[in-house]
Design a protein around this ligand. Structure first.
Ligand code: FE2
Length: 297
């Protein structure tokens, strides 16, 4: 398929749950940006939208934590997390199947699901940009949630290989969207420390940590966010991925910033085309630096 559009954006469900708690100007700016993205996608009229999102530990708990998953079922079930409504979104199965096979050919061994479930990293963005679910999606999950996570350079590389697989797949028009970030800190310091313990040591002690609690407002590293966006505007996603370790990213921009790897994956798909900014706002009430960008193809 031809990649006719490419976007990256934040996905925090608090934009819906705490819609009216944000300052009016920030709320209008961000809702306007998602609506604008949705209008551009409708004008592009793609056959499918490939979405690169994550899971937040509910769909893939520590019992089984894949690094990459592609949904190949007829539809993806939105689980209704983050106070969003449950929903079902059609999957473009021929493209999903072609991407699964094509990725294997390119050396990326995706896990796959014939009963795909998706969380707010997909549903928030769809609700804000394509609330009628007019276009079938291909859901790709990348582990941004629990360490060990892929290196940022691997996230870009996987995207690059997926771009090759997309272009040699079935004929048609496709839009790609990566979701997550920008800077944000999720959960208490105790909870984050627990999550960072070595793989294999966490599951038996899950009940020892208090449940996730979200504060009324949270820290945002606006300087980091603007630097990251500036690099994306210059088409330097690959350079960012090469220079930043997972540890440095978390220290600087929070554990939620690991989701920026989904932006890097889309940048890899489109060979580091530069982006232009549709909107950025550091919204303390939504606990997140919110960004929406479009790649200039
Ligand atoms: Fe997230």
């Amino acid at each position: 398929m031809d990649i006719v559009g490419a976007f990256a954006c934040s996905h925090a469900g608090l934009i819906v749950e705490r819609r009216d708690q944000a300052p009016e100007k920030q709320r209008e700016t961000m809702y306007g940006a998602y609506a604008r993205m949705g209008q551009i996608i409708r004008d592009l009229n793609p056959d499918a939208v490939v979405m690169v999102g994550t899971d937040h530990g509910r769909i893939y708990p520590l019992v089984h934590s894949p690094q990459y998953v592609i949904g190949v079922s007829q539809s993806a079930h939105g689980t209704g997390d983050a106070t969003l409504p449950e929903c079902d979104v059609a999957i473009h199965q021929p493209l999903a199947q072609a991407l699964l096979a094509g990725a294997l050919d390119q050396g990326v061994d995706f896990a796959f699901s014939e009963e795909m479930r998706i969380d707010h990293s997909f549903v928030t963005v769809l609700m804000l940009s394509d609330p009628d679910f007019r276009f079938p999606i291909v859901p790709l999950v990348q582990n941004c949630n629990v360490p060990p996570r892929p290196k940022l350079s691997r996230s870009w590389e996987v995207g690059h290989k997926l771009g090759e697989a997309l272009r040699s797949g079935p004929a048609g028009r496709v839009v790609v969207v990566g979701t997550g970030g920008l800077s944000h800190w999720v959960g208490s310091a105790e909870r984050r420390a627990f999550q960072s313990r070595p793989a294999g040591t966490r599951l038996p002690h899950m009940s020892d940590i208090p449940p996730l609690k979200l504060d009324p407002t949270g820290p945002i590293n606006e300087d980091f966010d603007r630097e990251f966006l500036s690099l994306m505007k210059q088409g330097k996603a690959r350079e960012f991925a090469a220079e930043w370790s997972n540890e440095r990213l978390e220290e600087t921009a929070g554990n939620g910033a690991h989701e920026l790897r989904n932006w890097l994956t889309v940048a890899g798909m489109v060979n580091d085309r530069p982006v232009h900014l549709l909107a950025y706002e550091a919204v303390a009430e939504w606990l997140t630096g919110f960004g929406v960008v479009q790649f200039d193809l």
